[in-house]
Design a protein around this ligand. Structure first.
Ligand SMILES: [Zn+2]
Length: 468
């Protein structure tokens, strides 16, 4: 079916217009005899005027039409939408032409709207079948090249290209209504929400009027606002294009400026914070360096103190060493003195003992000495030690100024040691001591000599007295 046809005399006629667009009445083409030779503007096949049971007027192709005629292949729904668009355009006070083809064939509009003064044109495309975004853009570009605006209108449930070209999604009238509604593609900017919100309750006639009068225009949404709310409190849908009023686009622009200012302020604040942070870091660094410098000075002072302490310690050690040396020197001197005195005492003792020994021996005559030796010899013989005899060295200072007496087995005893010199006899010699008589033995033992070591004979002290 088609709403337009080519009349052999009047040219293009339009079934949607009361006068068919050329001053003819419907009755002049519908069921007239002889039959008028009407043709399809698309395929040039013969068509005839017809109307539906509800009174919708159209042109139907005659039998054996070409299979590829787009007009004849379009669905009833497609035609109804075109008719609705044409009606809305005419209600807005514009011309509406259906199924119009460009002279060069670069486009074919479902409905072409033209302003009364002929300065503006806008194509309205009822797009029911699936189509790619690329094809839509290409066709849109072809219209724009000739200064023709375009709006794609689809009654499909899902319209994937809604945000890619200037388009709206519409819903067909419900059973009890004749009103087509724009369900999607139109939006208003709500500054309160800082967001675009879809408008889905505008009837198609109103939308067409607004679009023609540029009360709404295709608007490329600023990047910041491309998450469009489907309802004020509803879900979000990503969109880059919508139909919008100048008021909304201005509101978006103002909001964008505000957000830019906020961004700028935020950036400035961040920059200020960054600078402050940097300053703080620098101050912190300087503080640490100062701290380090102070510590370094303290450490140096500590080290200096330690050096001083060490030096004091060394001085103390040196003083101590000198004192020790002095004390040692003093000690040595005392020792020397003591040794010297001891030596003097020893020499005095020795001298004394020698003098005592000299006196001791001077008491004795040669005969007395011979008597004593004879008594010792007798004694040793009795002891079966052999006859004892004096060592030829005579008086020996080594044996307390006595005379060593030899027998068969060597040293047999000491004859007559000096009583002044026998003090340590028990400890040193424990040799037998031979003296002349009890008096001499008493002199010896009076010095502490073990009496068992002392052997005496009853030899007279004073020979001279006996002689007298
Ligand atoms: Zn045709």
């Amino acid at each position: 079916m088609a709403f337009t046809a080519i009349h052999p005399e009047y040219g293009r006629i339009d079934a949607t217009l009361g006068n068919l667009g050329c001053g003819l009445d419907w009755s002049q083409v519908h069921r007239v005899r002889p039959r008028i030779n009407l043709t399809c503007p698309e395929c040039e096949w013969g068509v005839h005027a017809k109307h539906s049971s509800r009174g919708l007027r159209f042109f139907a192709h005659n039998a054996k039409r070409p299979a590829d005629c787009q007009l004849s292949n379009e669905s009833v729904e497609h035609h109804l939408l075109k008719l609705e668009l044409a009606t809305a355009i005419r209600q807005a006070g514009w011309y509406a032409e259906l199924e119009v083809r460009a002279d060069g064939g670069s486009w074919r509009a479902d409905v072409l709207a033209s302003s009364l003064d002929g300065t503006r044109r806008m194509a309205w495309e009822a797009q029911l079948s699936a189509i790619t975004v690329e094809e839509l853009r290409e066709r849109t570009a072809r219209y724009l090249d000739e200064g023709i605006g375009v709006c794609w209108v689809s009654p499909r449930g899902e319209v994937p290209w809604l945000s890619s070209v200037a388009a709206v999604r519409v819903t067909a009238p419900k059973e009890d209504s004749h009103v087509w509604t724009v369900a999607d593609g139109l939006a208003k900017f709500m500054p309160r929400l800082g967001s675009w919100v879809r408008v889905s309750d505008i009837d198609l006639t109103t939308f067409v009027r607004w679009a023609l009068k540029e009360q709404v225009t295709p608007h490329t949404i600023l990047p910041r606002y491309r998450r469009v709310r489907l309802k004020p409190e509803g879900n979000l849908s990503r969109r880059s294009l919508c139909w919008a009023s100048p008021k909304s686009t201005a509101a978006e622009s103002r909001h964008e400026q505000m957000r830019s200012r906020q961004d700028e302020q935020k950036k400035r604040r961040q920059e200020r914070e960054r600078v402050e942070q940097e300053l703080k870091l620098l101050e912190e660094k300087a503080r640490k360096e100062e701290e380090e410098r102070r510590r370094s000075i303290e450490r140096e002072a500590e080290a200096e103190k330690a050096r001083e302490r060490l030096q004091a310690q060394r001085d103390q050690w040196e003083a101590d060493r000198k004192e020790r040396l002095a004390r040692a020197e003093e000690q040595r001197r005392i020792e020397e003195e003591r040794a010297r005195k001891a030596e003097q005492a020893r020499l005095a003792q020795e001298r004394h003992e020698r003098e005592a020994a000299t006196r001791w021996w001077s008491e004795l005559s040669g005969e007395q000495w011979q008597d004593l030796l004879a008594a010792i010899g007798e004694f040793s013989a009795q002891e079966r030690a052999g006859k004892a005899y004096p060592d030829k060295q005579g008086v020996d200072a080594e044996y307390a100024f006595g005379v060593p007496v030899m027998a068969r087995r060597g040293l047999y005893g000491i004859a007559r040691p000096s009583p002044e010199s026998v003090k340590n006899w028990n400890a040193y010699y424990r040799l037998r001591i031979f003296v002349r008589n009890q008096r001499e033995a008493d002199l010896i033992t009076a010095q502490g000599v073990d009496p068992t070591l002392v052997v005496h004979f009853d030899l007279p002290d004073f020979e001279q007295l006996n002689l007298c």
